[in-house]
Design a binder for this molecule. Structure first.
Ligand code: FES
Length: 610
């Protein structure tokens, strides 16, 4: 079998001849941007072959690589087949875990009511007159009736009882005996909350007595090698033999890496971690449990389950107490996952008296409108523009991404770049800001069309006018000249980029309008807007209003709530009452499937202009 060595990551793997470099990277657990899932259409999976036969460039490679790049050995990893030993360099060694992640934690409830309880018990020793089996001896001493002892607890029970002279700590989860520990361990019990993001997985370890967050960590989702978005991953899972298993293994490995890091940071033993609460989009919940996601990908987008779903950690091989409980919070529908349930919980939308709107913007925009005793949700296919995909110089919000643009019409362009390094591209929040600035300066008109040096407003400075250029891909505006950028390219916004953003923002706005119609309210009646998720955390609210992404309400009524989905998972971990609230939400929330709405197209078209 040929070997592929990734020198930038110092990893080497054997792969069957004929497999792609993308496959090899996945096997080596190196995340590569592969937005299109290996179809050769996104051009994001560039790699440089230093040694080995890279074959003749394919049509996709000729489209996405410049002649100079091809000459220097660049390939698309999804199109380059491994026929012999290869040495490969990936352009950016730092992986996606380097990107910015928001943590905005909820206000901790005053009373922590974890579902894990510990009881210190001194059992009577067996005597000639008391010949009860160990199991009966234990059960008779516990404060709850009707408990049963699992085989796993039974397996070690005789030794555990005698190790500390029949002094034991019984661990109960939701009234079920899950562990018996020798001696007094009642001072320590911990739990985990995890948000299974498509790109980044975030987790915290929490003291279940005090509710204190002991450590928080984030890591790149190792599933990215199988596609950047959930649809690509579902396609992979369905088409490949053992695809579902591979995707499950990847997400479980990711969670285990996260748990290892949290345990190392806090010096907590894995046996002291008794519970894990999981949120994620519906597809991620399916992958996590190894459930076939096939029917999520096409209308009418039917999930196999909406949950909640509970199982033992041992069943998933997670690095916590094997008898500990894993609870996947309920989802609402195929594209409204438990992450949105987490958002509703953290923002209290289900209990507020006013009208509130929550939006989680990503490839899929998930929207909740609550008020007047009802809760409506929908999801809308916003497309990947907000995540930087299908944008000429789009990239995720990682080092080198332009995250903010300021245009002073009588001066020039000022850029803010993540980590202050030379720009490599632009992320979604930077794109929204750039377009808002273009509108204000008259660089584009309200239909999204570029002006040019002749048609632009007269007061636009000559330095700005020089930035209107024409290339093979049409009219562009230069944000960063090649001399300033990381790779020597002019970093531009193209007319097509603006059209992509218009499609994305129109999908979100149309979704919001349909929910408003259903509730019978106008946008001015919305009292509070919550923007959740990484994108919502970094978006410039004024720019989102200028571009028509959000309803026209005063900016002070719009707040970014960070990773509220994760905050919801934390809340469900430390509060049984909050957790129970999530169990009722799927029965209360009214889900609107926009693909079946005849008015969606009209709303969408009306929302295209700025
Ligand atoms: S072009 Fe290779 S993954 Fe998209």
């Amino acid at each position: 079998m040929p070997k592929v060595k990734f020198i930038s990551h110092q990893k080497e793997v054997d792969v069957p001849a004929g497999k792609t470099l993308l496959y090899a990277a996945a096997k080596a657990e190196i995340p590569i941007d592969s937005v299109c899932g290996g179809k050769g259409t996104c051009g994001k999976c560039k790699a440089m072959v230093i040694f080995g036969d890279r074959g003749t460039p394919t049509a996709a490679e000729r489209e996405h690589l410049t002649p100079e790049e091809i000459e220097h050995g660049f390939v698309l990893a999804c199109k380059c087949h491994v026929l012999e030993d290869m040495v490969v360099e990936l352009p950016h060694k730092k992986d996606s875990s380097n990107r910015k992640t928001a943590f905005v934690h909820i206000k901790q409830p005053e009373v922590v009511e974890a579902s894990i309880e510990k009881y210190l018990i001194k059992l009577k020793r067996p005597t000639a007159k008391d010949l009860r089996p160990d199991c009966d001896r234990l059960l008779n001493s516990l404060p709850l009736d009707g408990l049963r002892v699992s085989r796993e607890v039974l397996a070690t029970l005789p030794r555990v009882l005698r190790e500390k002279s029949f002094n034991i700590t019984a661990v109960l989860a939701n009234g079920k005996l899950i562990a018996v520990e020798p001696g007094d361990t009642t001072q320590r019990k911990f739990g985990l909350a995890v948000d299974l993001g498509t790109t980044t997985v975030v987790g915290s370890i929490v003291n279940l007595y005090s509710g204190e967050i002991m450590a928080t960590s984030a890591t790149a989702n190792l599933q990215q090698a199988y596609g950047a978005d959930v649809v690509s991953r579902i396609t992979y899972a369905v088409q490949q033999e053992q695809g579902i298993e591979q995707l499950q293994n990847r997400i479980l490995r990711t969670v285990n890496l996260l748990i290892d890091d949290l345990l190392a940071q806090t010096k907590i033993d894995k046996f002291e971690v008794y519970e894990l609460i999981v949120v994620g989009n519906t597809a991620m919940s399916h992958f996590f449990l190894g459930v076939d996601p096939a029917y999520l990908a096409a209308p009418p987008f039917i999930p196999a389950f909406t949950g909640p779903f509970s199982l033992r950690a041992a069943e998933l091989g997670l690095g916590m107490n094997p008898q500990g409980r894993v609870l996947v919070l309920p989802s609402i529908a195929g594209y409204v996952g438990s992450d949105m349930v987490g958002v509703m919980l953290a923002t209290n939308m289900d209990q507020r008296k006013d009208i509130s709107l929550a939006i989680d913007i990503g490839t899929n925009g998930e929207i909740v409108l609550a008020g007047r005793g009802r809760i409506f949700v929908c999801s809308t296919a916003a497309g990947p523009a907000f995540e930087g995909a299908q944008i000429k110089y789009g990239m995720r919000a990682a080092e080198g991404a332009i995250e903010s643009v300021n245009i002073d019409s009588d001066a020039d362009v000022q850029l803010k770049v993540i980590n202050g390094s030379p720009p490599r591209g632009i992320c979604g929040s930077g794109l929204i800001k750039a377009i808002a600035e273009f509108l204000k300066a008259g660089i584009i008109d309200s239909s999204g069309r570029f002006n040019n040096a002749q048609t632009a407003p007269k007061d636009l400075s000559s330095r700005l006018k020089e930035r209107f250029i024409k290339r093979d891909d049409g009219a562009c505006f230069v944000l960063a000249w090649g001399r300033e950028s990381a790779n020597g390219d002019n970093i531009v916004i193209t007319q097509k980029d603006i059209r992509m953003l218009q499609l994305s923002k129109a999908a979100i706005y149309a979704g919001i309008n349909i929910l408003q119609k259903e509730m019978g309210i106008s946008e001015s009646e919305i009292n509070q807007v919550f923007l959740s998720g990484a994108f919502g955390s970094f978006i410039d609210i004024e720019s989102a209003l200028v571009t028509g992404l959000l309803p026209k309400i005063p900016a002070e009524r719009i707040v970014s709530v960070g990773n509220a989905a994760f905050d919801g998972a934390l809340l469900a971990l430390i509060s049984k009452t909050s957790r129970t609230r999530t169990f009722f939400l799927p029965g209360v929330v009214e889900h609107l499937e926009l693909s079946t709405r005849v008015d969606f197209q009209e709303e969408f078209v009306n929302a295209l202009n700025f």
